[in-house]
Design a protein around this ligand. Sequence first.
Ligand code: CP
Ligand code: NVA
Length: 302
Amino acid sequence: MNHLLSIKDLSPEQIHGLIDLAKTLKADYIPYQDALKGKSVVTLFEKPSLRTRVSFDIGINKLGGHCLYLDQQNGAIGQREAVKDFAMNLSRWCDAIVARVFSHQTLEELAEYATVPVVNSLSDLYHPCQGLADFLTLSEHYDDLSQVKLGYIGDGNNVTHSLMYAAAKLGATMVVVCPPGHFPDGQVVTEAQAIAAEHGGALVLSSDLAALEGVDALYADTWISMGDNTPMAAIKAKFQPYQINSKLMSLTGAKYVLHCQPAHREVEITSEVMDSDASLILDQAENRMHIQNAILLELMKD
Ligand code: CP
Ligand code: NVA
């Protein structure tokens, strides 16, 4: 592993290895408290964040490393100076770059010119740290992830793409249900379906809620992602039937509910479900830190 831009680039063994290491860290950080001693990680954000910013900063601190947060106050990446120069300068000081960007192309460029590892902490196309944290969370309830049937409902987006690749690589089954016109990217679907077939899994897409019957867990994300200026009023009626609520939980028989957050209560998910015993949502948020620490240790090992 040189960089982590997409789960598509990881082998099933690497995904299992990251999940296992994250579990080891979660159980006890003490043996790893100096693992990143003397190392610095720059975390760059073109978009807002709560979970990602805090979990990287506190997580790096738990490993004895130093985290430097950069937002756009000194100019957007690629505007004050070229992305290439940004990458080459940062590489002279830090040991890894974590970046949340509008365009995935910016990450590709950072990775091309940086001489240190680059981690995607969300782009328009993927959110790999999230997808890996979510399968770590599921692994805390299912010994064999290939037996998991995950149902995603709502807008086909960056989080959906990363979940699809993770499920496919792990041989799990994933059902993606979206309103017409809001499906995940066609090329990502085709690739994820091929990967799923190769590993004994399946990826099913539908606009029909009935396709979700029998899933183990239901997953929601915002209906409008950061960087998308569509007004809620323009899509609300179309998305309303795709809300996760207690009726949908009963209809599908799902035991668990997941959401990457930030969540919009009473929009894509009801408070009743979000605050119920079925919710793994806060575990997902906590697990972001453990899986990201596993990723950093793997990428920064000598
Ligand atoms: N899930 C997630 O990435 O949250 P933030 O946008 O708050 O970082
Ligand atoms: N799909 C969402 C995820 C937020 C963590 C977005 O990109 O805004």
